[in-house]
Design a protein around this ligand. Structure first.
Ligand code: ASP
Length: 343
């Protein structure tokens, strides 16, 4: 009997660990990584009568304030000039409205700026200095996004001859020297991404999907992008269909990982369309990253997917991640963590 019970407990444990398609109830909040404070902050919006848009904004905001993993919000992962800039988006799957902001300077609450763009303009994406100007007009306060930590990261990177960096086909040799760089006359084969150290250790994004009790789906992301990115770089997180996507009647999805690669394949859009035609969330997530693997076998990334019934799943790829964890809250009692092994 004891052996049978042990076996049963093991089966239950393994099914939670490896079975990425899980049935939940509505409302639900699901987000990338074990950023459980954010999940809770999102779900609390539902408990307090808020909408799915409120859940995604407040959930992602929580991560910005807590600087989840150092990869979200201000204070970490500076660019080549030592400046921290932010990317974020929010998408309403009922109206198909989107607000996105890329390379946002000097404003710490990127997800709220994204919401402001969605609700107070007819545009989809604002970027850079002028996105800051818009935010200030809308009442946001400017502040320096660097911190002792980001200053230290920058200093160490400079002392290490600016290694790693994201430059190719320039002189002096970017694998050995800092810039300024000039373009080489001849293009050589682009190196793989492994030597750029794009692993989960130097970037992450909170991507979140919230579905209210009536099936209203909203998705969002916020991140400070890649450590030592080229100034001006905008990653996948604010790109519709790449960083996240939401469509009522189908579901929502969000991505994290090597955004320069992922945004070429729109994995979040793919996952949502697949769920719309009946594919389970875990398979939708898996099929959304399969085309990326074909072209970039070294890529590191993960996708979460939630359908309009609150079933959820995830898939990931890359030795830099290994096992991907994501957070789910579908009841007021606790946040549950789920894990998938990367393919
Ligand atoms: N996708 C983000 C970017 O490339 C980073 C991450 O999620 O790890 O900016």
């Amino acid at each position: 009997m004891a052996a049978f019970m042990r076996k049963l407990v093991l089966i239950l444990y393994l099914s939670v660990f490896f079975c990425a398609k899980t049935i939940s109830t509505l409302p639900i909040v699901v987000n990338t990584w074990p950023f459980t404070n954010a999940t809770e902050a999102g779900y609390n919006q539902f408990l307090n009568g808020g909408s799915a848009v409120d859940a995604v904004e407040k959930g992602c905001s929580r991560c910005e304030v807590l600087r989840c993993d150092g990869s979200v919000g201000e204070g970490s992962d500076p660019d080549e000039n030592g400046e921290v800039t932010l990317d974020a988006m929010i998408m309403d799957g009922e109206t198909m409205d989107v607000g996105s902001v890329g390379c946002l300077r000097n404003i710490s609450s990127a997800i709220s700026v994204a919401r402001m763009i969605m609700e107070r303009t007819d545009h989809t994406l604002l970027a850079g200095e002028l996105a800051t100007k818009f935010a200030v007009e809308m009442g946001f306060k400017e502040s320096d996004l660097s911190s002792n930590k980001s200053d230290m990261m920058y200093k160490q990177w400079k002392e290490n001859n600016c290694q790693p960096n994201f430059r190719v086909n320039v002189s002096p040799d970017p694998k050995k020297s800092c810039g300024p760089y000039n373009p080489n006359a001849v293009l050589s084969k682009i190196q793989n991404r492994e030597d750029k150290q794009v692993s989960y250790l130097n970037h992450d994004t909170i991507g979140m999907v919230a579905v209210d009790k009536n099936g209203h789906v909203v998705s969002g992301t916020t991140t400070n992008g890649l450590n030592h990115k080229v100034p001006g770089r905008v990653g996948d997180s604010p790109v519709v269909g790449a960083g996240s996507y939401a469509q009522n009647g189908m579901g929502g999805a969000a991505a994290t990982g090597d955004g320069d690669i992922m945004m070429r394949f729109l994995p979040s859009y793919t996952a949502v369309q697949l769920m719309g035609s009946g594919t389970s969330p875990s398979n939708a997530a898996l099929f959304s990253i399969k085309p990326i693997i074909k072209y970039f076998p070294d890529f590191n990334g993960a996708v979460i997917a939630v359908n309009n019934k609150g079933e959820h799943g995830a898939a990931c790829h890359g030795s830099g991640i290994g096992t991907f964890h994501y957070s789910v809250m579908d009841n007021p009692d606790k946040v549950n963590l789920f894990s998938v092994k990367c393919v």
